[in-house]
Design a protein. Sequence first.
Lengths: 294, 292
Amino acid sequence: MIGDSRRRRFIPYLYLTPAGLIFLIFTILPAAFVLYISFFNWDFLNSAMSTYVGLGNYRNLLTSSEFWHSLLVSLYFVIGTVPVGLFLALIIALALMKNFPGRAFVRLSVFSPYVTPVVATSIVWIWIFNPQFGLLNGILHGLHLPQLGWLESPHWAMIGVIIYTLWHSLGFDVIIFMAGLSAISHELTEAARIDGATRWQEFWAVTWPLLSPTTLFVLVVTTIGSMQAFTQFFTMTEGGPLSSTTTVSYLLYEMAFIFYRTGPAAALAVILFVIIAGLTALQMVITRRRTFYQ
Amino acid sequence: MSSEPTVTTQPRRMAALHRRRHHWPWWHWFVGAILVLLFLFPFYWVIVTSLNSPNQVLQFPPLFLPHWQWINYVQAWTAAPWLRYFANTLFIAGLTTLLVLVTSLLAGFAFGMMEFPGKQILFAGFLAIMMIPTTVLLIPDYILLRDIHWLNTYWAQIVPFGASVFGIFLLRQFFLSFPRELMEAAALDGASQGRFLWQIAMPMAKPALITIALYVFIGSWNAFLWPYIMTSSPSVQPIEVGLATFLGTNGTDWTGLSAAVVFTTLPVMILFLVAQRQFLAGAYAATGSVKG
């Protein structure tokens, strides 16, 4: 009986063990390991040959132009996808809150790119962006506008990737905004209207403030997603032309798996982690009150 | 998650409220049509390209209608070991999904229904896992998988993804609102915890389990960077890595590439269309945090 109750006390931990072990082995310990590696001039093939360099990798990274350039490129991508995406998603969500026949189909259409594989659908857009035979330049030509180099031009490549990313991911934000909008009490907006508020006033005085938790959620989630984005850069531009689309994530991949500069790449990974963890912590602080202790 | 159905029905309820006024201004239709065109046109365009001849797709002005060149599909299909890629993907995605369901069910049950010392701290720790992005783990996990001889295997693509914070979170929410009386009644009837979980709780958790399964399956199907780094031979590689390889070798064969895009993406789109309700419910559930 005593043995039985002791065993009972262990049971909850037993239920947590499978998930816990997977997280421990493939996430938590490797995260600690990458921090460790970042202090070494790591020998990729023979780790025993690695030499300790302290903060050397960080110093080299923070004084290199390629790091700061990649940070600027990431910032460009984040600005192009996050505020722009937020604005577009909110407008679309507001339009779709009105009931009209075919609304469900429109919502489904907007959401559908989100479930498609990035490799597959980015190929479609590479073709659309093709400078010689692509549809987009065909349209520009038809409108008697100058044709662009798109993904082959250092000025337009990032804009091309941003357009693709917005097309791919906007639907998710739209759905989240729609959930947020439908949670706003109808009586409040109605009351504002009875008080003589215009549509515009009603939005800014009632809807927008009440929507702020949703807006913050979308803001943080999409920023994290954009900081981590990789596949579309791999297929569409390979970081080029002239590293105009080499983001922090892409630079990390290049350093680690093309040039095998493991130590510096690990230091870059730690920096990327700090940026993303900071954003996630921010999101958790914001949403905590409303979620985890309900 | 218990709040899921209520969240999904809300728009419908609102729609019913709105329906009192029967005016749909023309610009709603117009905006709707523009949105459908913008978001669906790339799908139409890749189908058209895949069904025209290589010379036709290079014409100007472009052809907006297909000319049924099914030969493109035959050529693309025979140019790479697609069947192998499909089988690998199904195996990897299927097993990963199964593993996530089991680990999430167990952990969600413990966090939602049991009392034990350190529960809050452990749960916070599990949530904190979300802060660690996959990109950051590529280097250490590559070294780990190399040292345990898992590089270029199925396991490297399954086991590391066998637990999901999203899944655990969703099932914890489900169990938190689970009627305690049911569990007590089952205990009185002499049912063990394991039997209760398997025979009573699991069938009731079905909506949450389906949502988790769909997202894990699609995520696994769409995975690219991890398998691209961790595998090197088509015998274990999934479909998207196969497609990227095909892009690398046939980069200017637009008709063949388009055909390959169509037949590799079709299963995902069919799954999405069949289970659209659950997908949208999952997106809503992700915002469980902002619902309040």
